[in-house]
Design a protein around this ligand. Sequence first.
Ligand code: CP
Length: 355
Amino acid sequence: MSFRHLIDFDDLSRREWEDIYARAEQIMDHPEEYLDACRGKLEASLFFEPSTRTNFSFQTAMLRLGGTVFGFADPRSSSTAKGETLKDTIKMVSAYSDVIVMRNPREGAAKAASLYSEVPVINAGDGGHMHPTQTMADLTTITRLRGSVDGISIGLCGDLKNGRTVHSLIKALSKFDDIKFYLISPRELAIPDYMRAFMQENHMWYTEVTGLEAVIPLLDVLYMTRIQRERFIDPLEYERNKGVYVLSRRKLERAKPKMMVLHPLPRVDEISVDVDDDPRAAYFEQARFGMYARMALLMDLANQGHRKPDPVEIGTKPVCSNPNCITQTEGGYLPPLVKTVGGVECCAYCDKALR
Ligand code: CP
């Protein structure tokens, strides 16, 4: 295994993902063999943002492997509320734990945390940026229920601008063959430029459309997403777009009989409850599969041991203009990291192009 932290699905090769998936299947089929796989290990669960599935599935994953969990689900109960930096929080928590699972509203927060941690950091969602372990749940579901991921036509529908699960899933699917993407969103909620640059750089087939009904007959997988109200700076933009896509049983009549309906959840109104009993609805199973994928991941990362991180340069100012980037709040010390995507210089925390 070549990765120490899981910040972005790009940290994994396809082979590494396949090894994790194979172990997740083994755990599903023979859970009794894994009761001690993380015995004595401690997972720090740092949720600076609300969560049901990711938080609880990571906690139950560690408990099912024989390990223990501590942490918070509300940052107001930690010294963050007194003004402690992310760096100091991570330095302390990594001294107490064997693995850190962190969700944070700031894009690039997990990357920033990884610079200062003695133990592996798992990105459990960083703002509207990435959510790689949700992608593990998604790929596990497609593989387990369909047999393989290669060759699918997938519709990604909803808030593709702010939907971190969509960004991570696109990155992951770049490692598979013959994937066709139908990107279904209102124009103002289309995928960010850095994701479009990523798809072009990786020669991925995609088309951007605004209507769901015209493309639904073409899809093997329909991945619905919520309009991410908490990410909108302008409340009127949310009001304009809420409720724009609603998958109903009637709309499903035009879909392939075996098309799979996925959703990272939580849903608001974008899938009618009358779809829940359709055999194509796989979203609750998807959330359950996520726990097994996270168990397989924790077995690798929680058993890696402590390692002092390399010293990093002290930054002096934000390098990125993205108002949601971690450098906007922690930029006084974070090093100004830059990477190139599609020939464009981007912030290495949040991926936004530097201007
Ligand atoms: N899919 C997902 O991340 O759900 P939660 O926000 O409930 O963790």
